[in-house]
Design a protein around this ligand. Sequence first.
Ligand code: GLS
Length: 817
Amino acid sequence: MTEQTAPHTPVSVEQFTDEIKEQLTYTQGVTTDLATDADIYVAASLAVRKHLMDSWMTTQRDMVQGSTKAVGYLSAEFLMGKQLRNALLNLGMLETFDDAVRALGHEPNAVIDAEVEPGLGNGGLGRLAACFIDSLASIGVPAFGYGIQYKYGIFRQEFDEEGRQVERPDYWINNDEPWGHIDYNRSQTVNFGGSVEEVDGKRVWKPDWAVRAVPVDYMVPGYKSGRVNTLRLWTARSFDEFDLAAFNRSDYMGAVVPQVEAENITKILYPEDSTPQGKRLRLEQQYFFVAASIADAIRVFYPGESKPDLTTFPDKICFQLNDTHPVIGIPELMRVLMDEYDYDWDTAWSITTRTFNYTCHTLLPEALEVWSAGLIGDLLPRHMEIIRGINDRFVDELKESGSDDAQIDRMRIVTAGDNPQVRMAYLATVGGSHVNGVAELHSQLLKDMTLRDFSEHYPDKFTNVTNGVTPRRFMRLANPRLSALITEGLGTDRWLSDLELLQGLAPLAQDDEFVRKFAQVKRDNKVAFANFAKEHYGFEVNPDTMFNTMVKRLHEYKRQSLKILAVISRYAAIKNGTVSADDVLPRTIFFGAKAAPGYYMAKLTIQLINNVARVINNDPDVQGKLAVHFPENYNIRLAQHLIPATELDEQISQAGKEASGTGNMKFALNGALTVGTLDGANVEIRERVGAENFFLFGMTVDEVEALYAKGYSPAAYYEADPRLKQAIDMVSNGTFSNGDRNTYAPLVADWLTKDYFMTLADFSTYADIQSEIEDLYQDQMEWNRRAILNVANSGYFSSDRSIEDYLERIWHTGPLA
Ligand code: GLS
């Protein structure tokens, strides 16, 4: 990636202070002396937005006029995190901001904290989308992120007295939101329902209701690239505020029904990760944002043309389908081309298949979305006809290529039988040019298992792009101390836009002086986190313990239960004196995880973790040796504080289940060592950082498959390892439920009889490796040397590199001149 100069002329502290004051006075109507931190936050954000405006407009102009194809990243989720500091960093204005805010009598961090974090995503998939649009802008590739501005983001998690998860609505938008610009003049109409009729030999969709899709634009500034792209999030509005006739009949509630129904479409993010929600509203959301985005792209690239030559469309923009959520875009583009612009099927198909590409983000078969054909037909009748047309032609193609009936049945986009289903991953595979997985192992498993028939039929479509994370947010902003040390060690800060430069740190792992500085950075980060945790959660955290973290969505396949069972076993060992108190390495374990509200086992696991924490933290026998903390509402802000302070990271999913993971990359880049299985991107992390700098345990994918095939009996593992038996017995005997044996009975029963993700089978090797971890930790110089090697060798996991791979393997485009 080439670094370009910052686009804007440098701003002095005085000037920026004046700009903030001007916003306060003329936009917000607040005097400087009465301004709160939140007021300053809004004013500063508006002032920063102004600095980005010229670059934003030139980027848009160059995108439309230029010869470079743009990227449209279609994603139901964008988990952006707070905007202000990121924008300041990319503009080179961090210090100017700090000084200006202090000059106004405010504390910079308090102002930054006044920003409400938009939670428009569930987890890794949504955060990846945010990293990708950051990297696209930083590399200078013209791009749109297209998604939904949900009124309520991912729920706010609280824990009740019993340690259970309680979901609270996240009405984030009910705050001053200076970043999103709502543009009523660029709205689109999105139709639903009705029927299809034959008119003059043409199929004509006669919808019966419509909503207005209004774009809310967020600027996406590149890091020192001079480019600012657009994240365009659609919000649903009704065309009529209310039904006047009903209102005049004094039916006041009835009068607002159309408005409520329309606006419901973008009301709430589905709080599901890795499982589809077969809900009509979800399909409405998907179609809503995709239809609006396609119409928008045509408007942008063919301004004012009533009969544009859309055969050039794939040269103007390519759409990346972020998982199956936007796949309805394939029949939508077909419909637009055939019904609105009169192209024949073959021309429309050629344009469509050259426009779309699909990224699959899962290996769980149940997470590949499947919609009932009846539902699609009801909501989008013309699309269902088109999907059937695609399916029929595809089946013909399979017959011609000699596929047998069984294979054809396996591959149908629309299943045969009474209650036909549309398999969206198959539609995406057939209707696009490329399909990629998100880590090497994942892409291989897609080819060998999940989409095997398709990879045999279309061998050239399948490729891999390993995920990455942006070093700007997850190193420079999250970990300023480490960033400063890296810059000192490398003699340049260019690593922020060329992360492979971190390689230059490898020799410094042998330099004791550097290792000591690195250790000091970690120590300072731990103290800072302890203070943060005290202030925000009331936790007493001892920085003289090892910080051991497991943060991610709560899911059985990720195996938080493996971690908590190991913690319980450790607790029992200290209490029983199986390990002498002097030999115990003091550890503090941090969990962070939200469970989908309807996911019973996951919620019960949260309750268990909270109660294990309660018991351990209140037991004087283990004071100073073991502590467990589970801060509520894990989000990006918490990640930015906790990751830099972590020394040992947990990536312990069952092999073959985590598509990639991106937390694993963030931890390695921030100098944590990983204990993990050979799953997802762990495999590549381990290859790069070196097997000796990664704590590997557990079964491989082949071993897992072999054990399934042979017949897995978890109870045998329970009987075989006394540590495991004791931990499970403590869960079942009420140790963590005030003596009540029923509370965790469903969890215990599942472990002993099903344990689909083989937690019990991996327990022993996981427990065994702990002593290796602790031995190494006793030698702090050696531990830190290895941590430095993790940082030095993880440069590959920059989202800039991921984007370069997409450009080369899939999008075939590049930066603007
Ligand atoms: C996910 C996968 O579960 C993660 O392994 C992956 O890192 C992420 C981004 O590719 O996508 N898929 C999903 O539905 N949620 C995810 O986080």
